[in-house]
Design a binder for this molecule. Structure first.
Ligand code: PMT
Length: 402
């Protein structure tokens, strides 16, 4: 009875995947959780409330006003009672409402009123899922601390294939258990994480940078904070929000990142550098916009500091983990960086592989330790990959540091 004494509120929206949520509820109940269910009006067209009532042994909440004994306080009492909210399948409509602060039915009202973690499991047609507005809403909610589970890729109800399927019930319940009972195995660790690109100005309107979105480094920061670590995140310019409980220091250039990192370094036990630091900057940055002329232009670049290499020289007993983005000879190049920068481990991603590297929500990584051992991992979400990196970091520490 792993979830005994835990209260989970499951919000079911109108989508064909609603039938899979029946199994989610059944599994949660078997683990001992106390489960309440809220169904939207459209959800009831896919699955009868009676099915959920039979499994949860509770009245299913279907409308703000249809249960007079509850209606005036129910959304507040459920919002307070919940240890975790799960919204599955979460439709584009519900995601849009939550992102805009619209509370016009029982589910959106209760979620708006809760302080519990909210786990959102989107499921919809893949074109809808990739729609720019839906993606913006998801990013906005992530930035506000809502937790998303990536949809699966595969054949959809309408016969086409793509990303948008509800993950298997067992995976949804695994993630819920992880959120309800986080392993605080990194408690006591003071972790410094870097993320995102750096931006090197050429003039006031142009810069040199790269495609890093910050997602990988932010996932490391989020995973570490969830596992109890004290996390400082030094981030280049990105458009995602800082994970809950993490101290964020925002920078632009490699030199600013270096200054921030060196300032935080003495107080940390370990560093994970996922940032894609620009290796070069314009040697003569212009204060004024450079005017177009009829001639070609040559911009002389000078080297930026290698932040991780500097840390390698002064690391002491700290654990240093780098990342490396490669297009060829992944392990060979990664191993050279371990030596050159005096690292304990490096996380190598081949950025030519689909689903890996810059900008994606997923990654395919190899974790390479100083002793040459390689942990080769398949495609997974950046958050899952982050946990794997932290598992290895913890093994290296042998509990001597934290
Ligand atoms: O941000 P996302 O869109 O999620 O993308 C993730 C990522 C691809 C950026 C990430 O997974 C990744 O690979 N980050 C490191 C990219 C990189 O710059 O690799 P590198 O091989 O150039 O550098 C090796 C290591 O040295 C890195 O830890 C880097 O932070 C560090 N470095 C590099 C240059 C420099 N001047 N100073 C540094 O500290």
């Amino acid at each position: 009875m792993e979830l005994k004494d835990k209260s989970v509120v499951v919000g079911v929206c109108g989508g064909i995947a609603a039938y899979k949520v029946v199994e989610v509820v059944s599994r949660l109940k078997k683990l001992g959780a106390d489960v309440d269910i809220i169904m939207t009006a459209n959800a009831q067209k896919f699955v009868a409330p009676l099915t959920f009532r039979s499994l949860s042994h509770r009245p299913v909440i279907t409308d703000m006003f249809d249960e007079p004994e509850y209606w005036d306080i129910k959304h507040i009492s459920l919002a307070k009672k919940a240890d975790l909210f799960i919204i599955a399948p979460a439709t584009a409509n519900m995601i849009g409402k939550l992102a805009s602060g619209i509370a016009d039915d029982m589910l959106s009202t209760t979620v708006t009123a809760t302080k519990a973690p909210v786990m959102i499991v989107p499921a919809m047609n893949h074109d809808m899922y990739s729609n720019a507005v839906v993606q913006q809403n998801i990013e906005r909610l992530k930035g506000l601390g809502y937790i998303f589970m990536e949809p699966d890729t595969g054949v959809m109800a309408e016969g086409t294939s793509g990303k948008g399927r509800l993950p298997e019930p067992a995976s949804i319940v695994d993630m819920a258990v992880g959120l309800l009972k986080p392993a605080c195995d990194l408690k006591g660790l003071r972790l410094l994480v870097t993320a995102g690109p750096t931006r090197e100005n050429i003039d006031p309107v142009r810069y040199i940078s790269n495609y890093s979105s910050g997602k990988m480094g932010y996932a490391v920061a989020q995973a570490a904070a969830e596992r109890g670590a004290d996390v400082v995140l030094v981030s280049g310019p990105v458009s995602i929000g800082a994970p809950r409980g993490v101290k964020l220091i925002s920078v632009n250039t490699a030199n600013e990142m270096r200054d921030a990192v060196l300032k935080e370094f003495p107080d940390c036990d370990a560093v994970v550098m996922a940032a894609a630091v620009a290796d070069y900057k314009a040697a003569e940055g212009s204060q004024l916009k450079i005017k177009k002329s009829d001639d070609d232009m040559v911009i002389r670049l000078e080297k930026n500091p290698d932040i991780l290499k500097e840390l390698g020289n002064i690391k002491g007993s700290r654990i240093l983990a780098g990342f490396c983005a490669e297009t060829d000879h992944l392990v060979e190049n990664a191993m050279k960086k371990v030596e050159a920068k005096n690292l304990d481990m490096i996380v190598a991603n081949d950025v030519t592989m689909e689903g890996a590297g810059f900008g994606t929500d997923t990654n395919i990584i190899k974790i390479i330790k100083r002793d040459g051992s390689v942990t080769d991992l398949p495609l997974m979400s950046k958050l899952a990959a982050a946990h794997k990196v932290l598992d290895q970091l913890r093994l290296i520490s042998k509990n001597e540091i934290f």
